[in-house]
Design a protein around this ligand. Structure first.
Ligand SMILES: Nc1ncnc2c1ncn2[C@@H]1O[C@H](COP(=O)(O)OP(=O)(O)OP(=O)(O)O)[C@@H](O)[C@H]1O
Ligand SMILES: [Mg+2]
Length: 508
């Protein structure tokens, strides 16, 4: 018999203008990984912040092993053995791994801080989790995946019995996700109960037994994943049937819009790209493993990083792109993958963020036309169904996925002729993804050339016309999407060449 670890009942929470949670319930058993799903802004993160003492609920009760508890602070939650790994990373980048794990709680030897002991303790936790990272390494030098592992180690260091993972997989590659699942299964055996939030339905079936669905702050239900199909779960999430994941579409592809030759640069890794192009109305998919240099190459094309050489032609004419300003002047636009770093001004409102990339188009004689700006922000809010009480809301108060929609609208409304989108649907829910794809199709109809970097192969296969596969800073293959497969792309991404891929088996 499954033993209940904790239960939340009748939870309500309002923010100014938003009823984020309305009478929500959740119950998790010992050793269970419980999926928590719902559209962007449904209330998942808010519910978990109440569980972990970040917010206090307006109403409702929480029970641990049948006993009512009052979680009024993060410290109290830690005391009760509840930890969370937030959607946005919270590590201090310039401190060491061990400092981060034991932040605010150094080991003592008498009155003195015992650094050696702290590193030993940190190493023990990492070893127990099967994570191989040097405790003296500075967090800034770690990959995103490693940082995530440190977050988990930090959470576990509080002797947690209850662990919340808020979209832990959004920035991880397939292999890293499997490693994360290994760690989760380990914790499961120790009886830790976990809440796992994700927009990737395939993952839930791999790691969760049950899932609960929230929609618009309401509790919709809890299901055994054995008893429900993926379509049924998606219907619960969006509240209506979704027929197709990708809109069907015939593209009218025109002349070459952008041609890049002889790109050489030496940033984090050497980049070496002989030649590629994208045509008007075409979607060019950019596939490859995380770290292969996909973003770096496109940043060079966008004038954001220095190059040793690069010849660019736009509409057949040679142009110079030495800075982002020049790139924008030539009709390029770049929706970044990292919204926190260079995507958004989180302390400013939705309207400002939507319009900040094209204030010039909204200005007359150097003055910004406020009405046009507001109209534009409203238009994109409707188009992408961004959930916010108003365009005056501060961007930091939006849910993670809705922030991503603002990054997209900021660059989509730039009247670009050539649009680069980097992981455009990361963290975006199943329903809104479809709308973003439709928007790409509309843009393609208007003759916009789109370059789409994506780690989700189904998205590349579902949306692009051609695919470039990037490996170690160069192009390792160009494929016509209709004629290729997930396997072939993966093969090229791993560094094999196409001839071999036909002849030799994957595992010999
Ligand atoms: N501090 C805050 N101030 C105002 N509104 C907030 C705040 N935090 C959350 N909200 C609002 O509460 C609602 C629920 O947000 P929440 O972050 O819980 O969504 P979510 O389900 O985690 O979405 P996502 O999948 O995009 O991460 C949203 O409408 C959001 O804008
Ligand atoms: Mg969230």
């Amino acid at each position: 018999m499954a033993e209940e670890l904790f239960r939340m009942e009748g939870i309500c929470k309002s923010f100014p203008g938003v009823k984020a949670l309305d009478n929500v319930a959740l119950s998790v058993n010992k050793g269970e990984v419980h999926g928590l799903v719902g559209e962007n802004g449904a209330g998942k993160s808010t519910l978990m912040k109440i569980m972990t003492g970040v917010y206090s609920a307006d109403a409702g009760a929480i029970y641990i092993e049948g006993e009512r508890v009052d979680i009024d602070s993060v410290a109290k939650a830690h005391e009760l053995g509840i930890s969370i790994i937030f959607q946005e990373m919270t590590l201090c980048r310039h401190m060491t791994v061990a400092d981060n794990i034991f932040i605010g709680r150094p080991a003592h030897k008498g009155p003195l801080i015992d650094d050696r002991q702290m590193h030993k303790n940190a190493k023990k936790i990492l070893d127990d989790l099967g994570i191989n990272i040097n405790t003296y390494a500075r967090v800034a030098t770690l990959s995103v995946a490693q940082q995530q592992m440190v977050e988990i180690a930090k959470a576990i260091s509080y002797n947690s019995r209850i662990l919340v993972l808020d979209e832990p997989s959004a920035t991880l590659t397939e292999r890293e996700i499997q490693q994360l699942f290994g760690i989760i299964r380990n914790l499961q055996k120790k009886g830790v109960g976990m809440v796992y939030i994700s927009h990737r339905m395939e993952e839930l079936s791999q790691i969760c037994e049950r899932a609960s669905v929230l929609r618009d702050g309401q509790y919709i239900g809890t299901r055994n994943l054995k008893d429900i199909t993926m379509n049924e779960l998606v219907n619960m999430i969006v509240g209506r049937p979704l027929e197709d994941k990708y809109p069907r579409y015939e593209r009218k592809i025109g002349e070459v819009a952008l041609e890049v030759n002889n790109l050489k640069a030496h940033n984090r890794l050497p980049l070496n790209v002989d030649h590629f192009y994208v045509r008007k109305g075409e979607i060019l998919g950019i596939a490859g493993l995380v770290g292969a240099g996909r973003t770096e190459i496109m940043r060079c094309v966008f004038g954001a990083d220095r190059v040793e050489s690069m010849d660019v032609k736009i509409d057949g004419k040679p142009v110079k792109i030495g800075s982002v300003i020049q790139a924008i002047d030539h009709g390029l636009s770049y929706a970044t993958e990292d919204r926190k770093f260079d995507g958004l001004a989180l302390g400013l409102d939705v309207e400002y963020n939507t319009n900040m990339a094209h204030l010039r188009q909204l200005s007359k004689f150097g003055f910004v036309n406020d009405k046009a700006g507001a109209r534009n922000a409203e238009r994109y809010r409707e188009k992408l169904r961004t959930k916010t009480p108003s365009i005056r809301q501060l961007t930091k108060n939006l849910s993670g996925g809705n922030q991503q929609k603002i990054v997209l609208s900021k660059w989509l409304c730039n009247d670009a002729k050539i649009l680069i989108v980097d992981e455009p649907t990361r963290g975006i829910d199943v329903g809104a993804k479809f709308e973003i794809y439709q928007l790409f199709n509309q843009l393609s109809d208007q003759g916009v050339a789109i370059i789409m970097i994506s780690s989700e192969l189904p998205e590349i296969l579902g949306m692009s016309d051609r695919v470039l596969v990037i490996h170690e800073g160069g192009i390792n293959g160009e494929l016509v999407t209709k004629e290729t497969s997930q396997e072939e792309i993966l093969y090229l991404a791993a560094g094999y060449n196409k001839m071999e891929s036909k002849a030799t088996p994957m595992i010999s």
